[in-house]
Design a protein around this ligand. Structure first.
Ligand code: IVH
Length: 669
């Protein structure tokens, strides 16, 4: 690879890694497996080593993954919460040990600890009492999650000795069995599933209601001291863990001192076997230099300390046979192939299905029915077929072709240029209808509590609904005869359906499942138009002219509303009393904040950020997350952070919440 090619690849990797981080840390919903992420980061690191001129200061290899989100108050950590360098094989561990020896640590004694796959937290005790908790964030500034962590029953709220100050670092996790139960419950409630226990833990803490955290049965293990006073200085990591345990803090009992490379790999192998029997997920082993004094000397890079390394377990693989390939149909009509496998034990559970993604993947890997294949599970994600073992073919294998007709409604299927998926062309295919209803009722759309996928299935099977509008004519009597629904739940459900009538145009537009129209587009359109009819009358050119609506989305929206069955659906929803009013052209938006861009910084007095945002939007303002030249006002709360500096340097006006309220009031006058 020459430097020019490398530059392109570096740019591509950087962009992809940033996107994956955002999904993992901010949305708590990863897009790829941890292993695949690590491999991409590794590739980037190698390119940056080979071509040092391509190394950017903000490269994902140089920075810690997270970022403190604005919906929480921000807290600066007393000392940076660093990450760990990754090792993937024996050689990486040998190199790490050699680096220690070279730096003057003779015969380094390492302490091995399980690498918990949870959410990293800093927890502070003052005078021996629980006082605060923060997420790692970007390592320097974290999110204040004190109220949520206070709701974790298993966390000691009092130390055994009343030290003036102790901030410890640890990992919060959801025990695996509780995780499985949590996802079953969510499935029944029609909520999106957590991808793995790590996301479940993070999602349970990085949300705004402590009651939710309390209901999730989280646990913690601590492994480091960030700041303390009144404690003896420990001489080693082992001693540090003992001190924490003596204070009554939970410390992982699994650890081992490793005097040489052989004992390191032996313990690693042992834990790799044992991991499935553990109550929590581990994704590797951490090796830390046990004596503490040499750590000072070794120091840290911007991202990780030089005295520790994390060995990551490789994804686990197993060999099995593809018995059949089944094709499902999703909400957008996309056909998704799934392999049915001879059941096989993999990563502690029995696997009988694997995703095949799409037809290109099947063709590229030449996966045939009857093939012996290697499947892999990285973390707790859905298993996938890695490759075929062609040497095991008998000649009886069948080449698979995606069906020309939809497996559910028999309509033709089509693959558009540039798309990976083949789709059923029938807009009212029953399979699509099921997915469409599940989406319509979901939390971020019409939020019909209690209407989970199982109930949707039953409603369709019983012929009680033919489209989403049909939900609004369901009676309590009809619902009460469904499986699992008693009279009380049927009453709750009718109330929930009723309440969903007033969710507003933004959620309705998102809920209709128009391709490319996500939550944000729903809001943008609802802010622009007076009601759905005004939107229906808009042509592509008008839509494209709206900020944030691109040509592809505009074409999709105009195309959707042009179809007679969709117009009919809107009419039926309107007849059912579903609110279709937008905010466009409303009187209130005529005030001084109309079309102004506002950025909020710091904690506002007496009002939450989301609430303030809603008020500002109602007054016609756009609320943005970062300060730029386009910003009109910086709304200043307490502890504003770096946005204030930026606003000052750009000459952006700053206003207090009080002043902002006055501006909003002017709009109403
Ligand atoms: S020590 C300065 N020990 O793994 C050293 N980290 O990939 C800081 N983790 O951000 C980390 N178990 O969230 C350490 N026994 C353990 C750990 C552990 C899990 C997490 C931690 C860290 C990440 C690095």
């Amino acid at each position: 690879m020459n430097e020019q090619e490398a530059a392109l690849r570096v740019e591509e990797l950087t962009k992809a890694l940033k996107k994956y981080r955002e999904a993992y840390y901010q949305q708590d919903a990863p897009l790829i497996s941890d292993y695949d992420y690590d491999m991409l980061e590794q590739e980037l690191k190698e390119l940056e080593t080979q071509f040092p001129s391509l190394l950017q200061a903000d490269s994902p290899t140089q920075t810690v993954g997270g970022r403190a989100e604005k919906r929480f108050a921000q807290v600066a950590h007393a000392a940076p919460l660093l990450s760990l360098e990754d090792a993937f094989d024996y050689d990486d561990l040998a190199a790490f040990r050699n680096r220690l020896v070279k730096a003057g640590v003779d015969e380094p004694l390492l302490l091995a600890e399980p690498k918990m796959d949870g959410l990293s937290l800093a927890v502070t005790y003052r005078d021996g009492r629980f006082a605060a908790a923060a997420t790692r964030g970007d390592g320097m500034v974290g999110e204040d999650v004190t109220a949520n962590v206070a709701a974790i029953a298993s966390l000691p709220k009092q130390l055994k000795r009343p030290l003036p100050l102790l901030t410890v670092r640890g990992e919060a996790y959801i025990p695996k069995t509780l995780f499985a139960q949590l996802n079953t419950d969510r499935e029944e409630a029609g909520e999106t599933l957590f991808a793995n226990p790590r996301n479940a833990a993070a999602g349970s803490i990085r949300q705004l209601d402590p009651k939710v955290t309390a209901s999730r049965n989280l646990h913690l293990y601590f492994y480091d001291i960030i700041e303390s006073s009144g404690l003896p200085q420990p001489a080693s990591q082992s001693e540090l863990l003992d001190i924490l345990a003596d204070l009554g803090l939970p410390v992982n009992p699994k650890r081992r001192l490793c005097p040489d490379l052989e004992s390191m790999t032996a313990y690693m192998e042992q834990m790799r076997e044992e991991r499935h029997a553990l109550e929590y997920d581990i994704d590797g082993m951490v090796f830390k230099l046990d004596p503490l004094p040499p750590r000072q000397l070794l120091g840290a890079t911007g991202k990780f300390p030089r005295w520790a390394i994390a060995y990551k377990f490789p994804p686990e693989q197993a060999e099995t046979r593809v018995e059949a390939i089944e094709v499902g149909v999703g909400r957008t009509g996309a056909l998704t192939p799934t392999a049915h496998l001879a059941p096989v034990l993999l990563a502690g559970s029995t696997i009988s299905r694997a995703t095949l993604h799409n037809e290109d993947n099947i063709r590229d890997k030449d996966i045939r029915i009857g093939d012996t294949v290697i499947i892999q599970k990285a973390g707790d994600v859905i298993p996938e077929v890695v490759r075929v073992l062609p040497e095991k073919r008998t000649g009886a294998e069948q080449v698979f072709a995606m069906p020309e007709n939809c497996p559910v409604c028999c309509s033709p299927t089509m693959r558009l240029e540039g798309e990976a998926a083949r789709r059923c062309v029938n807009e009212s295919c029953p399979a699509r209808l099921y997915e469409a209803i599940v989406h319509f009722v979901s939390k971020k759309a019409m939020d019909i509590d209690g209407l989970g996928p199982m109930i949707v299935r039953q409603l369709l099977d019983a012929g009680l609904v033919q489209d989403v509008a049909g939900l609004y004519s369901l009676t309590q009597e009809q619902l009460a005869v469904l499986d699992r629904l008693g009279e009380k739940s049927a009453a709750n459900l009718t109330a929930a359906i009723d309440a969903s009538r007033s969710r507003g145009l933004a959620r309705l537009l998102f809920g209709l499942g128009i391709r490319h129209v996500g939550e944000r587009a729903g809001k943008v359109l609802s802010a622009r138009y007076k009601d759905i009819y005004e939107l229906m009358a808009a042509d592509e050119a008008e839509l494209t002219a709206i900020d944030e609506i691109g040509p592809i989305m505009a074409a999709s929206i105009a195309g959707w509303f042009a179809k007679a069955p969709n117009k009919e659906l809107i009419r039926r929803l309107a007849d059912a009393g579903v609110d279709m009013q937008g905010e466009g052209g409303k009187e209130t938006a005529a005030g001084p904040l109309r079309d102004k861009t506002v950025v909020i910084s710091g904690t506002l007095p007496g009002i939450g950020r989301e609430e303030a945002k809603a008020l500002l939007e109602a007054a016609g303002a756009k609320v943005s997350g970062s300060v730029s030249r386009k910003t009109d006002y910086l709304l200043l709360g307490e502890n504003p952070g770096s946005k204030l500096e930026k606003a000052n340097s750009l000459g952006v006006a700053t206003v207090s919440w009080e002043q902002m309220q006055e501006l909003m009031a002017e709009g109403q006058a």
